[in-house]
Ligand binder design. Sequence first.
Ligand code: NAD
Length: 497
Amino acid sequence: MVKDILESVRDVNLYINGSFVAASSGKSFENINPFTNETINHIAEGDSADIDEAVLAAKTAFKGEWGQMKVKERLSFIYKIADLIDEHIHEIAPLESYDTGLPISQTKKMVARAAQNFRFYAEMVSSRLVGDTYPVDDEFLNYTIHKPVGVAGLITPWNAPFMLETWKIAPALATGNTVILKPAEWSPLTANRLAEIIDQAGLPKGVFNVVHGFGETAGASLVAHPDVQLISFTGETTTGSEIMRNGADTLKRFSMELGGKSPIIVFDDADFDRALDACTWGIFSFNGERCTANSRLFIHEEIYDAFVAALKERVDNIIVGDPLDEGTQVGPLAHKTHYNRVKSYLDIAKEEGCEVYSGQVPESFSTGNYVAPTLLLGADNKMRIAQEEIFGPVMTVIPFKDEEEVVEKANDIRYGLAGYVWTKDIQRGHRVAQAVDAGMLWVNSQNVRDLRTPFGGSKHSGIGREGGYYAFEFYTEQQVIHVALGEHHIPQFGKKK
Ligand code: NAD
């Protein structure tokens, strides 16, 4: 069945105003399989002309049927999209693995979460998209309402494409905006499948549009377009800065979910085995291409040797394999360019004086972009391999002596996305978690998400929060209405006495 799904993959068009169309330039680009580095198919290469078309369609839809639709009817479309994703998990997950190299056992869960994103936001809008009232004695009743903003530009990365796209599309549509998605150029297959699903769900034309293409052309045109009111971006920190510069002239509203280099702090009193499981999963799942990965391990010196020995054993035994095999735990990286970048950090680690300890990649996978699970041992927090986001299955390991030292080191970095603390001392758990400068902390837990809570980073890891009703801040405009209930005083300028 999976073979049939992959063989049925055709070239991909843009999805604009309810139709699948070629790029207006007629250009396309190659989409490469990270397992074989062979061409999968060709993708229509959208540019500013296609963005203009998509924005016009989205603007028209916003002013038309979608903008005037009753909330209940709008949300019925959102539930319908969720149901259709669930019905097609067994087809979308292999496509995602084929396109990105992510192991199939993990993409199945990511696609299930994508359906949940739509259901969750339909529920949030019906229960929590509410305003406040401000009664002023018997003189005024002031109240707020949330209105959709208009045309939303959503720009997404390749590391967990389907899940991350839906994490933006669901709140944007559920709150009543119209959308233009610019997916990452390395992972276009499931964005196209999503367009087909949304088309099948029967949303009015122009409500949802997908313009494939490169960041510097299609992405930049979306950011600069005067009729796009907001840009939700997930990707690298440097790209985020550039997007903010390019959107300044049109005063865009931005949500920025950026890079990370998150610490995991394991104290000597931690539950050793559970901390080991969490630490291993947190860096090697999603092939290490995970924004919240615990890529800096701080391990107490009392347990350093035992913990590193146990980690080495895990690294030796992780199953590196074909992303489409159910048993695979680590697959190839998404693209050759990224592979070369990750590999370069292994050389940097050696130059910086670390021991580089890697597992094995079976020889039969030599065509793929494989980086074996790797530990960079004996590192110092000042090193480049401790400060820069590597975004692969590579963990920097740093010993520490005490709480004060580890908090200082954990915070001595430009990123602030996530952090993890392992200790049986409940007071220390809270204390250290609160002292780490990052948006999201987990104590004695792996990265278990609660969709109601705010998701996002501080420092160079982001601006704003997604998740829960926090997304309403971004995807809606708050309006306040002041209503006089009685005859309050109005100065009578110019009135003859
Ligand atoms: P990237 O910044 O290279 O690209 C992301 C998207 O931006 C792509 O669609 C790309 O085409 C587009 N883009 C590039 N230049 C642009 C421009 N000038 N104008 C408009 N769009 C442009 O990021 P990536 O390599 O695809 O993704 C990996 C990064 O994403 C990592 O840094 C990772 O930490 C981060 N990430 C963050 C989160 C989070 O929630 N904080 C989640 C996932 C990934």
